[in-house]
Design a protein around this ligand. Structure first.
Ligand code: EPU
Length: 420
């Protein structure tokens, strides 16, 4: 259980000072997938040092791309001298389920892909039926055998695609398949997440013709060639939400810099509803909290509503809030995995299907807990920062997939936290 290190926290210290948000995990991954679309040197700055990035770079390497990652400068250079005809070995593809976002670019640049079916992960079944149906509409023949997706596409062509629900990586796959396809693709009911706009902004810089960015209807006219360029990755709104929730829960006075607070408006409004003071600037926000606040209900929904990626963190602080909070998770079937661990710390939570009832007003006490996904790990760290006594958080490889130095940031704000 402990082979990837552990975090020790002595709870109770207020958080004060200022902290900067890193570049976004869910933006850099689709940006890296677009490097398959154009030969040349792609440069990304503001890249977070997280293991999901390393995992996806390994996938790109299997397709013949080279990369240099200067972690001190938060910069990645990807050199595409032509995509090869190889498949990704299963051990590499399975390391990161996000390898599925290579599907769209590969079908349009080389016409064939064989990938292990990504399947579910800890948080839910995570089907990709909508990705596959969209690729079929764009001309691909797809069959699944022995848990592998085989897709072949002689010529990727524009299509009219209507998603029955909002899928983030599904939208990203359609966009990157469409930019080099023959003709026009119209995608309705596209997801609105800001990371999709970030991907579109880079593609437009590369020469793609995309209309409707940030809306539910995207119209993409295929072009014959794209050129590699440079791009600064957008800030990580989930990291910002995690920090905001932690400061509200623990108490203190902190300025969180480098992010337009509009990206996390749904989270900040919930914190205000709990009685926490929030001040918004152009590219920063301030949270002032006495560490005492009211309970509030949330329902997770696609952007711009309350994000599933901040649900576990919000639940942690509701354990302490005055009153009862109803938390409804509508995106993933199994995203309450933090609950048994929070219960171990003294939380009073009952789960029935997609609803969790959190009876607040409990003072949490330190315990040894294990994280089960990226956001559950952050939730347990927040619980540890609020708890009386010592908390040990294990299974840090989940945290490392998506957070760059979260413990160091909390330490700089005054938390008694150390990673072993
Ligand atoms: N869905 C389908 N069929 C599909 C695709 C999705 O039924 O073909 C369903 C899913 O089962 C889910 C819903 O649609 O119920 C939304 O899933 P979506 O496809 O939007 O999720 P994703 O693209 O796999 C991204 C993020 C997740 C984030 C979700 C929701 C990346 C790399 N991942 O996943 O991030 O939770 O959108 O916002 O962008 C995280 O960062 O911790 C994380 C899990």
């Amino acid at each position: 259980m402990n082979n990837d290190g552990r975090i020790l926290i002595c709870g109770g210290n207020e958080l004060n000072g200022s902290v900067c948000v890193n570049g976004s995990k869910n933006a850099i991954l689709p940006l890296l997938s677009t490097t398959l679309l154009a030969e040349g040197t792609h440069t990304f700055t503001n890249v977070p040092d997280i293991s999901d990035v390393g995992g996806f770079l390994e996938v790109l390497q299997c397709y013949g791309l080279k990369f240099f990652w200067d972690k001190s400068k938060k910069k990645i250079t990807v050199i595409n001298e032509g995509v090869n005809e190889e498949d990704v070995p299963p051990d590499i593809a399975k390391k990161t389920r996000v390898s599925v976002i290579a599907l769209g670019p590969l079908l349009s640049v080389r016409g064939h892909v064989k990938l292990p079916y990504p399947g579910g992960c800890g948080i839910g079944n995570r089907p990709i039926d909508l990705h596959l149906k969209a690729m079929s509409k764009m001309g691909a023949s797809i069959f699944i055998s022995n848990n592998y997706i085989h897709a072949i596409c002689k010529e990727s062509r524009g299509a009219v695609i209507d998603f029955i629900l909002n899928t983030v990586t599904g939208t990203q796959n359609v966009i990157s398949a469409a930019v080099l396809s023959k003709g026009t693709t119209t995608l309705t009911n596209a997801a609105l997440e800001p990371e999709i706009v970030d991907q579109i902004n880079y593609l437009i810089k590369m020469g793609a013709k995309i209309r409707g960015k940030g809306s539910r209807i995207l119209v993409i006219d295929g072009v014959s060639k794209l050129k590699a360029s440079t791009y600064r990755v957008m800030p990580d709104r989930v990291e910002a939400a995690t920090l905001a929730i932690a400061i509200a829960g623990v108490g203190g006075n902190v300025v969180v810099k480098n992010l337009d607070p509009a990206y996390i408006q749904s989270v900040l409004l919930r914190l205000e509803a709990c009685g926490v003071h929030v001040e918004r600037g152009k590219d920063f926000f301030k949270i002032k909290s006495a560490g005492q606040f009211d309970a509030s209900n949330i329902t997770t929904l696609p952007y711009p509503r309350f994000p599933t990626d901040a649900q576990a963190q919000f639940m942690a602080i509701m354990c302490k809030a005055k009153g009862v909070s109803i938390i409804e998770e509508t995106i993933f079937e199994n995203r309450f995995q933090q609950v048994p661990e929070l219960q171990r710390m003294g939380a009073d939570i009952t789960v029935k299907g997609s609803i969790a009832v959190v009876r607040g007003g409990k003072s949490l006490s330190g315990a040894e807990v294990g994280s089960t996904d990226i956001r559950a790990a952050a939730s347990l760290i927040i619980a540890g920062l609020m708890a009386e006594g010592e908390t040990v958080v294990n299974n840090l490889h989940y945290l490392d997939r998506g957070y760059d130095q979260l413990d160091v940031k909390f330490k700089s704000l005054g938390a008694d936290i150390i990673r072993e």
